[in-house]
Design a protein around this ligand. Sequence first.
Ligand code: SF4
Length: 65
Amino acid sequence: MKISFNENEKVKNAVLEGLKKTGGYCPCRRERTEDTKCMCKEFRDQINDPDFEGYCHCFLYYKSK
Ligand code: SF4
């Protein structure tokens, strides 16, 4: 299993910029809770799911099996 940044610099930088503005909360979501702090619960669950491979909701990270 490996987690890497999106190789598309434009996408990566846009999301990182968004995270800076929100103070670390997921820029793709309106709620600001522990669950939406990067890495958000959704992605943490996807990391723990042995069958999941793909991008997080914001396309910042890619998880490969
Ligand atoms: S979707 Fe991606 S960028 Fe957004 S909080 Fe989750 S892990 Fe971070």
